[in-house]
Design a protein around this ligand. Structure first.
Ligand code: PLP
Length: 338
């Protein structure tokens, strides 16, 4: 039995999801005639209270398209220092959009409106114009932390008052919404664009949606084509997305409970220095210095358990659809004497 706790991106489609994919009616989406893709895009846009959406191959692509469409170099994007858009997208902000990044040192991946205000550039030729603010919910590197809703509201209001678009990297947005019992429309109203991943907690094999206004999505479609993200019979993948939205959202709570259970296990381990309390499906803990990270990862691998490194002495465990109770029992046994 392989226990893969590296990421929620590792899930394989269930039989039921595969059946939905198998039965999809497809067309050529680059020509705009794949009815299943259109259904998914319309469904998501409407759920979040926006006009339109665009189905893309990955969350990196939806984020990078959003950044490209919202900005016009020279310019600057503001985000938190651990943000995926900055750290883990291959330098795409500079490469694709020719922008500089202004990083805010936040707390658990989040910053306040006061911190944001302090980073807005004055209208002065020495500085790149501030053109976009991006936040991430849940925050991956911080350990799946959930943004304070009131702070989102304050940031959104400030951005509106200052004509600054606000983008949400919602790779794991549903984890935040389910945990805080917040509706899609309630959060949707505060952002100009949202990237929503289907291939993380929602269990799809591929796919992310970019959500926004009709005008924004029209331009996003153009950029998607330039980036090579126009897909043909993509309805097979979109069908998985529709299935996930109908079936895999509520169950995210189960992943969150499992992450809490893993935290309890790790807290009891003598070789663990610190466990960050999980807020969703990601658990980060710190090994004490006597146990090098690589050695821990290797020892677990020898027992068919895959875990990921997350910085110095830090390990990340992510719960998901393909992790069951039996696996957790075995995990507990193994970490008791690794
Ligand atoms: C917060 C966040 N945003 C964006 C992405 C990018 O998604 P993808 O792997 O589909 O490009 C990830 C991937 O793990 C992520 O964690």
């Amino acid at each position: 039995m392989l226990i893969d706790l590296r990421s929620d991106t590792v899930t394989k489609p269930t039989k039921e999801m595969l059946q939905a994919m198998f039965e999809a009616k497809v067309g050529d989406d680059v020509w705009g005639d794949d009815l299943t893709v259109i259904e998914l895009e319309e469904k998501v846009a409407s759920i979040f209270g926006h006009e339109a959406a665009l189905f893309c191959p990955s969350g990196t692509m939806t984020n990078q398209i959003a950044i490209k469409v919202h900005t016009n170099a020279p310019g600057e994007v503001i985000c938190e220092e651990s943000a995926h858009v900055y750290r883990y997208e291959g330098g795409g902000i500079a490469f694709n959009s020719g922008l500089s990044s202004r990083l805010i040192k936040g707390d658990k991946g989040q910053f306040t409106v006061e911190q944001l205000k302090a980073e807005i550039n004055a209208d002065d030729v020495h500085f790149p114009p501030t053109q976009l603010v991006a936040i991430e919910n849940t925050c991956n590197k911080a350990g799946g932390t959930i943004w304070d809703f009131n702070e989102i509201k304050r940031i959104s209001q400030f951005c509106k008052e200052n004509n600054l678009p606000l983008h949400l990297d919602g790779a794991r947005l549903y984890n935040a919404l389910i945990e805080t019992n917040t509706s899609e429309k309630k959060i949707g109203q505060y952002f100009d664009s949202i990237s929503l991943c289907l291939s993380k907690g929602l269990g799809c094999p591929v796919g992310s949606l970019l959500i926004g206004s009709t005008k924004f999505i029209k331009q996003a479609r153009r950029i998607r084509k330039i980036m090579g993200g126009g897909m043909r019979q993509a309805g097979y993948l979109a069908a998985a997305g529709i299935f996930a939205l109908d079936n895999n959202i509520e169950r995210l709570k189960v992943d969150h409970q499992k992450a809490k259970f893993l935290a309890q296990i790790m807290e009891k381990c003598a070789f663990v220095e610190e466990v960050t309390k999980p807020q969703s499906n990601i658990l980060i803990f710190k090994l004490n210095t006597s146990f090098p990270t690589d050695e821990f990862i290797q020892k677990m691998k020898e027992q068919n358990i895959l875990v990921g490194a997350m910085g110095e002495q830090k390990i990340r465990l992510v719960t998901h659809l393909d992790i069951n109770d039996k696996m957790l029992e075995r995990f507990e046994k193994v970490v008791k004497s690794p």
